[in-house]
Design a protein around this ligand. Structure first.
Ligand code: NIG
Ligand code: FE
Length: 424
């Protein structure tokens, strides 16, 4: 099929964009894309491709923007229940980490998740994935982390594999048993850390080889933070995971600067995420590494805080910057990358072009998939969006509504702009 007459075809061609090179959209005016099966076969202007492939079935983009599907490289999308009551408390002034220390926060979602059946977990997560997809996310990373015991953590992985199978949205999985200290280990965080490294990670490896044979190992992630895991415990977990062959990620510097970003760079992690209070030395370390800096602007927004990831410093240090939603029930229940972009422009000082690159090709690199997705280039997966606007600068400028009209995933066209309808 030939998609033609894109006012601007944003190709994002040329690989991940480092430092101040961020924002190269690779625009083709009056652009066209030829796809075959699940892949992109050719890219060019409408005239070029119509001449070269005159008999191809066509889809008219109607002078709208066509771009790669968004990649959301950091979500905690699977959980049971909600925390609307805690939101009310936080807005009345109780700090997030105090709620966690009192057994609420992540731990209240852990309680709800441990007691939920597989069917309930799938049923509650499915509509979130649907909203992501309708808002243009064609691949998302999804973390466990609300089990904090091997049985529930593996149940979450199983549910995510099922959801990945049934939905057009592709999921890339991450094992985050190190998300919080579970109640059983309340006074013994080192005991839980040892349990992760000596028992859980080897079990995970064996489980994965039987339940997802042939597919690449999931990421292993740690919440390196005061009241969660210390820098030394994070190092213990990630080093062990790395030696078992797992690719790595870290939550660092959301509230306190413990040195997690430099650790990620040292261990060649795929990404270091949050990075709100990162020190200058840690920013330099990221800039010299292949570890993507993933900013989560919906999180300070969700917590009504004023401090955001220092994007300009990261870019000046030559880091690779990506953006994600962090979709989770505690700090950021938001499924839309368009909204993350709107915040990144306003509070991280990105231009729309930079925020788009951070949400596509660089986001793909944060989950080590920039060779397959994140840009429109021959040979890559046919994952793209037809927007309802003709200029890319509308992205980020507008927020709170969905600019996506059609999502193309692995060559299949999905209309997400349903118009008005009325039921009997
Ligand atoms: O990325 N920081 C840790 N994890 C999530 C919050 C999870 C929760 O509150 O349930 C985050 O913000
Ligand atoms: Fe997170």
């Amino acid at each position: 099929m030939l998609i033609h007459s894109a006012s601007q075809l944003l190709t994002l061609a040329g690989g991940p964009q480092r430092g101040t090179a961020l924002g190269a959209l690779g625009i083709i005016e009056n652009g066209a894309v030829l796809m075959r099966d699940e892949k992109i076969l050719a890219i060019g202007t409408t005239d070029e491709l119509k001449n070269a492939y005159p008999d191809e079935p066509t889809l008219d983009a109607n002078r709208c923007v066509v771009m790669p599907g968004f990649v959301d490289p950091h979500t905690h999308v699977i959980w049971a229940g909600d925390r609307a009551d805690e939101f009310e408390k936080k807005m009345a002034g109780t700090p997030y980490l105090d709620i966690l220390a009192a057994g609420g926060g992540i731990l209240s979602t852990v309680q709800a998740t441990r007691t939920a059946s597989m069917e309930a977990l799938i049923a509650q997560t499915r509509p979130r994935l649907l909203r992501m997809f309708r808002n243009g996310t064609t691949t998302a990373e999804a973390k466990t982390g609300y089990g904090l015991q091997i049985s529930t953590e593996l149940r979450l992985l199983k549910a995510l594999l099922t959801l990945d199978d049934e939905s057009p949205l592709d999921l890339v999985l991450t094992f985050l048993a190190a998300h919080a200290i579970p109640p059983e280990y309340k006074d013994n965080p080192q005991g839980y850390t040892d349990e992760i490294t000596s028992t859980m990670l080897p079990m995970l490896k064996e489980w994965w080889e039987t339940h997802a044979p042939g597919s690449p190992l999931p990421f292993v992630d740690v919440f390196c933070e005061t009241k969660a895991f210390t820098l030394e415990q994070s190092r213990q977990i990630l080093t062990r995971a790395g030696s078992l062959g797992f690719p790595l990620k870290i939550h660092a510097d959301e509230f306190d600067n413990l040195g997690g970003a430099a650790l990620a760079a040292e261990l060649n992690a795929a990404s270091a995420d949050h990075l709100v209070v990162t020190s200058d030395a840690d920013i330099q370390a990221l800039g010299k590494s292949d570890t993507v800096a993933v900013a989560l602007p919906c999180t300070p927004f969700g917590l009504a805080e004023c401090k955001y990831t220092p994007a300009k410093k990261l870019l000046e240090a030559d880091a690779m910057l990506a953006i994600a939603t962090d979709c989770n029930p505690g700090t950021s229940w938001n499924e839309s990358m368009q909204f993350a972009i709107a915040l990144a422009c306003r509070y991280m000082g990105l231009t729309p072009a930079q925020a788009i690159a951070a949400s596509t090709i660089n986001a793909a690199h944060a989950i080590r998939k920039s060779g397959e997705i994140g840009s429109l280039e021959a040979g890559k997966q046919a994952d793209m969006l037809i927007l309802s606007v003709s200029n890319y600068r509308q992205i980020g400028y507008r927020y709170g509504t969905n600019l996506v009209k059609q999502v193309i995933k692995r060559g299949q066209v999905y209309s997400v702009d349903v118009g008005y309808y009325r039921t009997a």
